[in-house]
Design a protein around this ligand. Structure first.
Ligand SMILES: NC(=O)c1ccc[n+]([C@@H]2O[C@H](COP(=O)([O-])OP(=O)(O)OC[C@H]3O[C@@H](n4cnc5c(N)ncnc54)[C@H](O)[C@@H]3O)[C@@H](O)[C@H]2O)c1
Length: 347
């Protein structure tokens, strides 16, 4: 079969990457998908559907490191669209052991951006997945892409800010067809248990404490992963004049504090509020984050469709119905991180 497009998805076996891969697979039967993933603790082949894995003509999986320049060059050479998710993504781990964050997030992006630059005659669009963490704590009510300063507060955020600006500089210097996306806090199925919402949901299922760092007043902008996938889809298909060279926030435009999230989850799962416990605040955390999504609305004619209440309910159901998936990952939650003073930290 002649495919209309070949989409290379790096980090496609992770949380957002696998949701996006499945979204594209379902929506565009005439697109070929190539996934490159190093299957770190955060990625899993079990995030794909077996029917996809069986369709070798339409879906190809490459086990490999995004920092491997030769491999990336070969894969980018065969792609018309590149969506780059691959990264180390956990703020807390970056505080205690950050070299791998700079290697994967900065040098991995360097490898992809170089390949895109080399093959820019055939690559129509390069979507770099950055993060809202690059902004640091909000200076203003909502954070506007081209106005809010970049003040990363953790090594993860700093690595991502480096990658974000690297891609920007390649657009200005080498005219690559890049779009930089800054998603806010995503939630949904297949998200690793080290992240807040899956951790709270699975803690409720296991009748274990829901541990909040600090007083729980830190606010985040929560966006359902399906809405993020729809936004990236729009970016792929929008006119180049409109989106290339742009930085685009993907969020809900509203924020909710961590304590409220814990209370909503406990209530929805019919558990006692006494499961919610508090511990020391962690360094490197942002205190308030709300996206300004006017640019995404205007350029992409996109806005989030899934309310937090509905999205959360479906996510709770997913974790209830997919115990086998998350039980395999439970060990990771119990592995302590050793900090610089040799102290063990459970995250
Ligand atoms: N989850 C969020 O809320 C959120 C918000 C904003 C931005 N982001 C960004 O979106 C992207 C995806 O986030 P996620 O939550 O799905 O992350 P994730 O940790 O679930 O997935 C990352 C994926 O990248 C792969 N990977 C890691 N190192 C690699 C390497 N060297 N080579 C190839 N693959 C490698 C992992 O195996 C995994 O499959 C990241 O770039 C992250 O910074 C995430």
């Amino acid at each position: 079969m002649n495919y209309v497009k070949t989409i290379l998805i790096t980090g496609g076996a992770g949380f957002i990457g696998s949701n996006f891969t499945k979204y594209i697979y379902k929506k565009y039967p005439n697109y070929r998908i190539v996934v490159l993933d190093f299957l770190t603790y955060a990625g899993g082949i079990d995030n794909f559907e077996s029917r996809m894995m069986a369709n070798k003509e339409r879906f190809e999986f490459f086990y490999g490191n995004v920092c491997n320049n030769d491999l990336v060059d070969e894969l980018v050479a065969g792609a018309s669209i590149v969506v780059h998710f691959a990264a180390e993504s956990h703020v807390t781990r970056s505080i205690y052991d950050n070299l791998i964050f700079f290697e994967t997030d900065v040098l991995g992006t360097h490898s992809v951006a170089n390949a895109v630059s080399k093959h820019k005659k055939t690559v129509e669009r390069f979507i770099h997945i950055s993060t809202s963490e690059v902004y640091g704590t909000a200076d203003t009510d909502t954070m506007i892409e081209d106005e809010h300063p970049l003040l990363p507060m953790s090594p993860y955020a700093a690595a991502k800010a480096g990658a974000d600006r690297l891609v920007y500089s390649y657009w200005t210097t080498y005219n690559i067809p890049a779009v930089i996306v800054r998603p806010f806090n995503n939630y949904g199925p297949n998200q690793h248990l080290e992240k807040l919402i899956p951790r709270f949901i699975t803690s409720c299922i296991l009748n274990e404490p829901l541990t909040i760092h600090g007083d729980g007043s830190a606010q985040r902008d929560w966006i359902n992963v399906k809405d993020t996938c729809r936004a990236i889809d729009k970016i792929i298909h929008e006119d180049a004049d409109k989106v290339v060279g742009q930085v685009i926030n993907i969020g809900s435009g509203k924020s909710i504090d961590i304590k409220t999230i814990a209370e909503i989850i406990v209530k929805k799962m019919k558990k006692s509020k006494s499961l919610i416990t508090y511990t020391d605040n962690r360094p490197g955390q942002v205190f308030r984050h709300t996206a300004n999504i006017e640019k995404a609305k205007k350029l992409l004619n996109w806005q989030p469709k899934i309310s937090f209440e509905d999205g959360l309910e479906k996510t709770i159901d997913w974790y209830k119905n997919n115990r086998e998936w998350w039980e395999k990952r439970l060990w990771m939650r119990k592995v302590p991180i050793i900090n610089k003073d040799g102290k063990k930290i459970i995250h």
